[in-house]
Ligand binder design. Sequence first.
Ligand code: CAA
Length: 384
Amino acid sequence: MQFRFTEEHEMIRQAARDFAQKELLPGVIERDELQQFPEEQVLRLADLGFLGMMVSPQYGGSGLDTISYVLAMEEISKVDASTSVVMSVNNSLVCWGLETFGTEAQKEKYLKPLARGKKDDKLYIGAFCLSEPEAGSDATSQRTTAEDRGDHYVLNGTKNWITNGGKASVYLVMAQTDPAKKSKGINALIVERNSKGLTVGAKENKLGIRGSDTHSIMFQDVIVPKENRIGDDGFGFKFAMKTLSGGRIGIAAQALGIASGAYELALQYAKQRKAFGVEISQHQAIQFKLADMATEIEAARLLTLKAAWEKDQHLDYTLSASMAKVFASEVAMRTTIEAVQIHGGYGYVKEYHVERLMRDAKITQIYEGTSEVQRIVISRSILK
Ligand code: CAA
């Protein structure tokens, strides 16, 4: 066993760190305040090859491993989780699913521009539509229907809290074709943004990751050709679950980045701020907080990297991904709360960044499966 990154890993980490510091940090507070989608920055991510990191070069991707993806996600999330979620959804939920389960024609038509993040020099990203107003954690209870009409499906229903909802060119939509078959009656369909009958609802006004683009998507008699179904008839729920297992590694890395970003700011602040005649880092009350933060972040990093390594080795990573996500997201929450506390009154105002990181951390306990869902996956696995 070796706890060492390759030279290529280090280069990717450095490239992501440079990008985050130079191109994400300026303006991150304003984008959060104004709920402004980081379009220019996402286009730069596309140029860096970070929107299709794990996709084979044959389909326009960077051909990198999951460890590289985790390293890049961590660095970008340290600074701007609104940007890293765009990257995570496009990489893990959209590109990976299409490359692994899509047909050659689907890869040619959709995966290539999605992995590049651009088509005709314009932004081209995807969204993953599983959650519904009444089906979040209980994902098998899909109310959106995809009626089979021979050579096409007719899609009706509403999807909620869709990341990239207003910016996506392509939606991967889970819908029920045969309710009697329950989860085995669900199909995953590729739906183009300009399809007749597809409407994007108002942008959600969120607590955190405010720069990211979250909307409801409504489908009214949307015609989807059969060639846009991913996998065999009824494969949609398995597609969603398998895809989400990898997605959870991305969100674990995002949570890890939010935690380590807050920790680094708190450490720096504690070495400068004086109270009772010494730097506050000289007080044991602060030292112990920093020690706990550093220890938990390291544990979250190891769990996340283990899940990524298992994925790269083609091992079953569902359990590790859920463990990494539940742990890293809870570390992100605890760490950011303590980072605000260490900053005292300064931590409560926007210019010190830690209050934003605390708000951003919360979503990592909710999306791509809540902490409770991760515990369902973990307990089922260890008790089987
Ligand atoms: N891989 C392959 N198959 C899987 C699987 C996996 N990881 N997990 C479940 N399945 C299969 C099961 O084996 C079962 O198939 P069989 O009937 O053939 O055995 C089928 O799927 C149904 O599974 P369950 O019986 O386990 O279903 P359940 O109703 O008990 O639900 C659950 C399980 C884990 C709670 C699941 O519903 C779940 O993960 N819910 C959370 C959904 C979620 O993560 N939503 C996030 C939305 S996307 C998002 O947030 C993106 C974004 O924009 C950022």
